[in-house]
Write a protein that binds this ligand. Structure first.
Ligand code: HEM
Length: 516
């Protein structure tokens, strides 16, 4: 019989209640913490008090630690048995099992609920994607978020083998002949709801910078090549990038011009069959490690977008930002950097349209990833208010806390409904139609979702108190979300500018004869 399979009575545990001989019960499991007490990160004394040593410490434990602490091998081995006749209540989910916490999952994943948008293909895809994300992406995300390094090579190879970078571009010709997620669905089946699932599943770990480090540069930098590059350019660049051999980023924003794209100052001059590019770009996600730069420039014939390869005339410097440097955020300097004229993306003079049409998909992606992170925050808060005892009662017994949760839940549910509607439109519209009909709506939705995100971050911070401002322990996911939620409100277009875009588009589309 293994040690952990032994059973004890509560009376037996009670005998082990002094320094050098301490046992405790957590969720019907018996732990011998006699030696560990001196090493306990929370101090020795707290474990030797009358209320803890030799007693059932379940409530005290879950008021101070995440359950995952007990699953770490060095602590799991402290378990010496269980209490006779009792069963543990806290059980980790199977890797592909949806959370049972209300509102932790969108309703289509919640038992007993329905949705018009998702079919069996989406359901099996979601299960496979969650499993892959939990098993492969999550450990790397936690590690890189902490050490600030680029996504690790073995994980890069695995995500490329699963064709995750290709799927993050949405449905289209680039998926042809590719095996998606080990063959769980065909490229022909793949639609924007599958893509939404990919975005949701990679964003559930409280590792915001890694979500960008997971080749967000490709998600925004490669579509101009796919949609506006010559067939020859596509034939070279697209496979290199989608197979993880080369990295690409989108280089539009400048210290001179952020959301005001028309104000950018980087200049491209024609010299024979080459472009010569000079200027600087700022806040460039994945720029630190990029091999290709999709660059928005001015030329004498108007705006133009050019794919510039890395060379000695391109310098990238990491920018220290509020989130982890795993995202590879760069300040990029082009000093007479050269690119063949064949690398022009779209027509000279129409660069602004190339840039603006590309924004819709980027903004939609940020909406997905932000919303997924907001659901995680709701789940964390619901668990916390349920297990945290204050003034002798669970935190959930406080009306003010419930009121905050009401706001959070309403915000994620309304955002989700709007997002799914927009995604359904995307499934039924061409790229050009999306640019025309959805740009305004996506702008408004992004403004809405990123605002709700920051309100939710504030509310969650109040609910978690001091734990929400420390990077480890109980509130670590809240701390990450609170610190990084402004990114969603800035990247891909600043919130107020996007709301304004939505209203301007609506005004433009007013029927001429509309009168009160
Ligand atoms: C097998 C049992 C236990 C293990 C393995 C354990 C492990 C840990 C670890 C790893 C931390 C560092 C923070 C974190 O990672 O969450 C910690 C902190 C702490 N632990 Fe424990 N612990 C145990 C039992 C207890 C019990 C029964 C108490 C009850 C008083 C307690 C009180 C604390 C306190 C007060 C902190 C500091 C919390 C903070 O900084 O917010 N621990 N413990």
């Amino acid at each position: 019989m293994s040690q952990a399979a032994r059973t004890y009575t509560i009376e037996e545990i009670a005998k082990h209640n002094r320094e050098g001989n301490v046992w405790i019960i957590i969720d019907s499991k018996v732990y011998d913490i006699s030696k560990f007490a001196n090493l306990h990160p929370g101090g020795t004394g707290v474990l030797l008090t009358e209320a803890i040593a030799g007693k059932d410490a379940t409530q005290a434990f879950f008021g101070l630690h995440r359950h995952e602490v007990l699953l770490r091998p060095q602590y799991a081995r402290l378990q010496i048995g269980t209490i006779a006749g009792e069963e543990p209540v806290v059980k980790p989910l199977a890797v592909d099992e949806p959370s049972g916490v209300p509102y932790a999952e969108p309703s289509w994943l919640s038992a007993g609920y329905f949705s018009p948008y998702y079919n069996d293909s989406h359901r099996k895809f979601q299960r496979a994607m969650r499993k892959f994300a939990v098993e492969v992406i999550h450990p790397d995300a936690v590690k890189c978020e902490e050490n600030g390094k680029r996504i690790s090579q073995p994980v890069l190879e695995q995500i490329c083998a699963m064709n995750i970078p290709a799927m993050r571009l949405g449905p289209g010709k680039h998926l042809k002949g590719r095996t998606l997620l080990g063959g769980v669905i065909t490229p022909e089946e793949f639609d924007h709801f599958h893509e939404l699932i990919v975005n949701f599943e990679i964003s559930r770990f409280g590792t915001r910078a890694y979500v960008d480090g997971l080749l967000a540069g490709e998600v925004i930098g490669l579509p101009p090549v796919l949609n506006f590059g010559s067939p020859d350019l596509q034939a070279t660049v697209v496979p290199e990038v989608l197979d993880g051999k080369k990295f690409i980023c989108l280089a539009i924003s400048e210290a001179f011009a952020g959301s005001d794209v028309a104000g950018l100052q980087t200049v491209a001059v024609r010299e024979g069959d080459e472009w010569v590019v000079t200027g600087t770009k700022k806040w460039i996600t994945n720029g630190v490690f990029a091999d290709y730069f999709t660059v928005g420039c001015r030329s004498k014939d108007g705006y133009v977008v050019i794919l510039v390869p890395r060379s000695d005339n391109v310098e990238t410097k990491a920018i220290k930002t509020a989130y982890s440097s795993t995202a590879g955020t760069a300040y990029v300097t082009f000093e007479k950097a050269r690119a063949p004229v064949a690398n022009t993306l779209g027509k000279v003079g129409q660069g602004l349209q190339v840039i603006l049409s590309n924004f819709n998909h980027e903004r939609w992606m940020i909406i997905c990833t932000s919303l997924s992170a907001q659901r995680l925050v709701v789940e964390e808060c619901l668990k916390w208010v349920n297990q945290r005892i204050v003034f002798g009662r669970p935190l959930s017994s406080q009306a003010v806390v419930r009121s905050k949760l009401a706001g959070m839940i309403a915000r994620v549910e309304s955002s989700q409904a709007w997002l799914e509607n927009v995604t359904h439109q995307m499934n039924n519209m061409s790229y050009a139609e999306q640019s025309d009909k959805l740009a305004g709506q996506i702008g408004l939705l992004k403004q809405y979702v990123t605002r709700t995100g920051r309100e939710t971050a504030e509310d969650a911070t109040q609910i978690f108190g001091g734990r929400s401002i420390t990077a480890g322990g109980m509130g670590k996911l809240i701390e990450n979300f609170h610190r990084t939620s402004p990114y969603d409100a800035i990247l891909g277009g600043q919130e107020d500018v996007l709301g304004d875009l939505g209203v301007r588009q609506a005004i433009k589309k007013m029927p001429k004869g509309a009168r009160l």
